[in-house]
Design a protein around this ligand. Structure first.
Ligand SMILES: NC(=O)c1ccc[n+]([C@@H]2O[C@H](COP(=O)([O-])OP(=O)(O)OC[C@H]3O[C@@H](n4cnc5c(N)ncnc54)[C@H](O)[C@@H]3O)[C@@H](O)[C@H]2O)c1
Ligand SMILES: O=c1ccn([C@@H]2O[C@H](COP(=O)(O)OP(=O)(O)O[C@H]3OC[C@@H](O)[C@H](O)[C@H]3O)[C@@H](O)[C@H]2O)c(=O)[nH]1
Length: 361
């Protein structure tokens, strides 16, 4: 039995020191960040970059429709990282400071698979008072999180103005087979701005132009991944007719840099992020805008000079030209891409060789 003296000293004893875990860097995140679609191509590179900052805690929500846990392998079981299998068309309560919303099938062959559902994925419905976003995400008791939408150059449709500035309203077919994607993203942009105006929600809208790099789904169906996989498999490169349609390709590390600058900056956007190729010195003329025939020739030259190039049928409403005007990104975010196509393709080739098991000869 304890004596009176012992009881007294127990009563006046200082409370035990808090667990050292509470003061560890892992338990004091300055920023809790949610990335929807973080197991996908761009999302997983964004995770890598955000995890470099020890003050960030990153939560990924993904249903693995086109993404894969493999893309996040190095972070699984990291104390500052969480991965949740979840379909963002169902509500989910999570308390976070920032949301990067990427979840959305992005390749035409995937988004045409279930257009009605995929149109809905692009919608947001916030209820400001209780911090609830129906069909998407979020619970925040105090302040609602800042949310960045990854919109697309597809909002310009088959553009009649070239290159495309953010002020261009676009030329979109509202009832075509691509409409679930481009009209869906247009509505998502509308909702973002209406919630911003009506409820004061802090928003950021990025209009992403064609982005490529390691970790693209090998059978994704988009042009750069198709051509590289075909070149490595010794299959003909399938240029969809007429082959004179153009795209401007941005390497994924540049894109991730742009997205983070947009989130951290003070401008809602919409802001174009893409690679118009303007940074190239006049002495080595090269544009960031390529016809699909030129892209096929470049892949052939760099990866497999023996491969054939064939022309195949195209799908309806394929935009004939696309190149971003990035004046706004340069001025407001101090951002411009650094990696040229000829530098980025070999980095992607390396990753595809590893995954396809095709060593370099
Ligand atoms: N890559 C580009 O060229 C490009 C261009 C413009 C816009 N974007 C946009 O950027 C975002 C990412 O594109 P990406 O190229 O990384 O594509 P991706 O297909 O590799 O990534 C999309 C991710 O979202 C996940 N996802 C899809 N539906 C979901 C759902 N209902 N619930 C939870 N997760 C879901 C997928 O599993 C995948 O991991 C997309 O919103 C896309 O529209 C991409
Ligand atoms: O094997 C192929 C695939 C595609 N193409 C052509 O390559 C061009 C680019 O097609 P992709 O499917 O890669 O990409 P798109 O430009 O049509 O749309 C893309 O850009 C905007 C993003 O929001 C979307 O994620 C993505 O679908 C098109 O003209 C298409 O006809 C080929 O020539 N061969």
């Amino acid at each position: 039995m304890a004596s009176n003296g012992e009881k007294q000293s127990a009563a006046t004893k200082a409370p035990p020191a808090p667990s050292p875990l509470r003061t560890s860097k892992f338990c004091q995140p300055n920023m809790r960040i949610l990335i929807t679609g973080g197991a996908g191509f761009i999302g997983s590179h964004l995770v890598d970059r955000l995890m470099e900052n020890e003050k960030n805690e990153v939560i990924v929500v993904d249903n693995y429709f086109t993404g894969s846990k493999d893309n996040l392998r190095k972070w699984i079981s990291h104390p500052r990282f969480e991965l949740i299998r979840h379909d963002v068309t169902e509500p989910l309560l999570v308390e976070v400071d920032q949301i990067y919303h990427l979840a959305c099938p992005a390749s035409p062959i995937f988004y045409k698979h279930n257009p009605v559902k995929f149109l809905c994925i692009r919608f947001f419905k916030f209820e400001s008072g209780n911090g609830y976003i129906d069909g998407q995400i979020i619970e925040a008791q105090n302040a609602l999180p800042m949310i960045l939408l990854t919109s697309t150059s597809e909002v310009y449709g088959d553009p009649l103005i070239h290159p495309q500035p953010e002020t261009y309203w676009g030329n979109v077919n509202p009832i075509g087979v691509r409409s679930c994607y481009d009209e869906g993203k247009r509505v998502a942009e509308t909702l973002m701005f209406d919630y911003h105006r009506q409820h004061g929600i802090e928003i950021r809208v990025a209009r992403i132009f064609n982005t490529y790099g390691p970790r693209m789904n090998i059978d994704d169906g988009r042009v750069v991944s198709n051509f590289i996989a075909q070149a490595l498999r010794d299959e003909p490169l399938t240029v969809q007719a007429p082959g004179t349609q153009t795209r401007s390709f941005c390497y994924v590390s540049d894109m991730v840099d742009g997205l983070i600058r947009l989130m951290e900056g003070e401008h809602t956007g919409p802001i174009n992020l893409g690679n118009p190729g303007e940074f190239v010195e006049p002495s080595t003329p090269q544009t960031g805008e390529f016809t699909m025939l030129e892209l096929a020739e470049t892949v052939k030259e760099l990866i497999n000079p023996d491969v054939k190039i064939v022309t195949v049928e195209n799908t309806p409403d394929d935009p004939r030209q696309r190149k971003p005007d990035i004046t706004k990104a340069k001025e407001l975010l101090g951002w411009e891409p650094k990696i040229k196509l000829r530098e980025g393709l070999p980095l992607m080739e390396e990753d595809f060789r590893l995954r396809l098991g095709v060593p370099k000869k």
